[in-house]
Design a protein around this ligand. Sequence first.
Ligand code: CP
Length: 316
Amino acid sequence: MKQFISTDDVPSVPRLVDIALNYKKDPFRDNTLGQHKTVGMIFLNPSLRTRLSTQVAAKNLGMEAVVFNIDKEGWQLEMNDGVVMNGNTSEHVKEAAAVMGQYFDILAIRTFPGLKNKEEDYTEKYINQFIKYAGVPVVSLESATLHPLQSLTDVITIKENWQQPHKPKVVMTWAPHVRALPQAVPNSFAQWMNAWGEADFVITHPEGYELDEKFSGNARIEYDQDKALEGADFVYVKNWSSYRDYGKILNTDSSWMVTNEKLKHTNAAKIMHCLPVRRNVVIADEVLDGPQSIVIQEAGNRVWAAQAVLSEILKG
Ligand code: CP
């Protein structure tokens, strides 16, 4: 694997899932693969799981991980080419990415969307500038439109919780939130569900929250949440802001929050969320603290997803 930005970079999703699950069984099987190699983890935005799980994954492979919170500790970056840099930006991404490419064997980056300029976000301007100038493989730690390490984790988690011969019904439901959030997690989950192809995949949300069809693909869209949840084996809960009315909050209806009442017509569905989650806004306490929640197992699986990706890039 040459980079890890989306499913397009993955020759076989099922194979990558198996590699991750094998690391879960035997974390140190390749503990010298990353010897004398370093991954630079560059954060333009906050993180708990992505940062820590990727550091642990690198350690399991014998690899050094260097974390740089560039938003707080670095020079303010200029991302536009050909500009006169007489404003607030001090260093151009051309130099910053190229210099980091001299220090690291893999460059991993988190860069959220601004949610103001749809074209800038959906052309992945920021991460593409790093890819263009780094000269080493780039791993997304969540970009403007996708969060592939999270989605690989989610596929792993569904697979290990499903032993039936038929496909599980997986429902991704929008839920309310107090802030405008990116579409990266739902876009990515949809992209990976479609690429994996081992689930009956449904998306439910209020009108106006349709995702870019480039990502939702063949998913069935159902505007009635109760109807969508009927018979669900997995419920993936997430808020996102509108793609159509870009970056806007169009709906604050608290009846979309996931409660035990909402889940009663599911097939005792397992509840997933990428975390962090706002309790009693997105998902009720009774669900997060109940037996159907697998959010902690899901977050734990972030290590194996990161380890699979780093190992495939090291081998590639
Ligand atoms: N799910 C996720 O990416 O968590 P962090 O933002 O804490 O890394």
